[in-house]
Ligand binder design. Structure first.
Ligand code: HXC
Length: 272
């Protein structure tokens, strides 16, 4: 069956949540210095949360923290750490507690990606992505869980949709993100009785991000929506709005779930 012609206009997602929804709450976000995770952090801060953004590049973190403060009026702490290094993560957590006194929400978002064939990728390259995405998410959970339990808070782990089937040149990320999905499921089941929720957001093609620039041959010029059921590429705000919903009490009975934010792209394989 031939794909339908897409006629929808470019629709921008807008938040429907109260601006003070997360007043007094604190977000800890790895990978928050750039891209989708910076956007997720901005959405949380626009709804009243303070935030710590964690990454390897301190200069970029400082610049992003300044921008996020200027855009939202909420405080943002830049904390340098490599998610592969548990000691550096623990230090970032300690700085967060020292500054804000609590951690309610955690986004495990630090990730690495590039295109490489299974026969060509080096052992170290495969291991590097597993270490950043999967083990890094585990290290982040381990470093924060006591505080999140105390706050009866929640986690969002950032995954992808490419491992739902075989995606060429993505063996490293596919294996790593499958592990991320599994980690969140166990976290939800084990920590549910402690009042902690965990869900996964799986962004699809989001315009203007490093992931799209690296992975899409068409680039992220915003004109590549053909073939996506929603008729457009995603915006970072689409992922931000999903984040606000999943961290809000509106989602208090939702845990252990995977939410693709992909304009329906995931379903294309079965529909056409
Ligand atoms: C093949 C590569 C490579 C490439 C690095 N390597 N880049 N192999 N193609 N393009 C190999 C190196 O040769 C080395 O192996 C090993 O990977 C480790 O590389 P380093 O540079 O030493 O590691 P590091 O500095 O830790 O870099 C990590 C990185 C890097 C992931 C490799 O590219 C990075 O930090 N990227 C920025 C983050 C990023 O990509 N964000 C976008 C995520 S998007 P050897 O054998 O030579 O030692 C995302 C969404 C997915 O995750 C879903 C989208 C739809």
């Amino acid at each position: 069956m031939a794909p339908t012609a897409y006629v929808q206009p470019l629709v921008q997602s807008t938040s429907v949540f109260k601006a003070d929804l997360f007043k007094g709450k604190v977000l800890f976000c790895t990978g928050g210095g750039s891209g989708i995770c910076k956007g997720m952090t901005e959405s949380m801060m626009r709804h009243g949360a303070h935030a710590t953004i964690v990454g390897r590049n301190l200069e970029r973190l400082q610049q992003s923290a300044k921008e996020l403060f200027e855009k939202t009026g909420q405080q943002c702490l830049p904390a340098q750490a490599d998610v592969r290094n548990p000691a550096s993560l623990k230090e970032a957590v300690a700085k967060t507690i020292e500054k804000f006194g609590r951690i309610d929400f955690v986004i495990c978002g630090a990730a690495g990606n590039f295109l490489a064939p299974i026969s060509g990728i080096s052992e170290n390259a495969f291991k590097t992505v597993m270490e950043i995405d999967t083990i890094g998410s585990y290290n982040t959970v381990k470093a924060t869980i006591d505080h999140v339990r105390a706050a009866k808070g929640a986690y969002i782990l950032v995954s992808a949709t490419l491992h739902y089937s075989g995606t060429p040149y993505q063996v490293h990320v596919s294996a790593a993100k499958a592990g991320v999905d599994a980690l969140s499921a166990v976290l939800a089941v084990e920590e549910g009785p402690h009042g902690v929720r965990s869900n996964v957001i799986s962004p699809g093609p989001i315009a203007g991000t490093e992931g799209m620039d690296r992975l899409s041959p068409k680039g992220s010029d915003g004109k590549s929506g053909l073939g996506i059921p929603a008729g457009r590429l995603g915006h970072v705000e689409d992922v931000g709005n999903a984040t606000v919903f999943l961290f809000s009490n509106a989602a208090s009975f939702i845990t252990g779930q995977v939410l693709p934010v992909d304009g329906g792209s995931e379903h294309l394989r079965t529909q056409f």
